[in-house]
Design a protein around this ligand. Sequence first.
Ligand SMILES: Nc1nc(=O)c2c([nH]1)NC[C@@H]1CN(c3ccc(C(=O)N[C@@H](CCC(=O)O)C(=O)O)cc3)C=[N+]21
Length: 291
Amino acid sequence: MTATLIDGKAFAAELRQRIADEVTRLKDRGITPGLAVVLVGEDPASQVYVRSKGKQTVQVGMNSYEHKLPAETSQEELLTLIERLNSDPAVNGILVQLPLPAHLDEAAVINAIDPAKDVDGFHILNVGLLATGQKAMVPCTPLGCLMLLRDQLGELSGKRAVVLGRSNIVGKPMAQLLLRDSATVTIAHSRTTDLPELCRQADILVAAVGRPHFVQADWIKPGATVIDVGINRTETGLVGDVDFAAASQVAGAITPVPGGVGPMTIACLLANTLTATARVNGLPDPEGLTP
Ligand SMILES: Nc1nc(=O)c2c([nH]1)NC[C@@H]1CN(c3ccc(C(=O)N[C@@H](CCC(=O)O)C(=O)O)cc3)C=[N+]21
């Protein structure tokens, strides 16, 4: 059996086109969405992402504000910048690139962002809103995965989903979104016993553990839908958390790395910026960009 390839790159391109159309409509009303990205330090991978985000932000017609701060930036200096962005009406979305240098308090920084501008959906208010089924800003990577899953399967209700990984950025919000769509959700992690057996029960398997080729083909239920969130840099290039070559002989559908979830993450960041802009202006949420 050969799995259907879930083309996240193409899906993300369509999403960006829809976002660009909405931005055009907003501009006709005199509104231009603005996204501020804050990068502290010189991590090369982070620099690549931030550049890519800025480029795509401009491509869909939004304003991009990049703030690059030295690695030695103090907590107080960073909080001062966030305060400034919170009160700047030209800024509709704020993203602080993670991870932050170790001397900075990540939770305090995230929770200093105006929740209405928290396009990452990491602020405790948004986490609580999502967990209780209320209107929230939803983390970009899980939102992108949800869009791919709905597109592939139509209906998630009653399906067994296993989420590998329990991070605040991917695993936990992914589980919340799947639960909201009435899937039966298990969150598994490094301490889970009989992991292969558990995974074999999954109709939907979302791998977000950050270990190259961790998920083996014989962990996958024949015909299952596999979403690979892993972005691992190895000598052979970028690889996911799933042994793609072998897994694609068993799965029903699978995302590649690169070209799967990664492009969806950035497209959903732009979607969230558009949503935040609509909400602050008292306009309805843009169609199909929120869960
Ligand atoms: N506050 C915050 N929000 C984030 O959303 C965030 C972050 N911090 N820190 C870093 C991670 C990582 N991340 C990715 C985004 C796009 C690709 C992406 O587009 N990947 C391409 C390949 C790009 C390449 O070749 O490196 C692909 O998978 O096809 C990957 C990873 C967002 N992150």
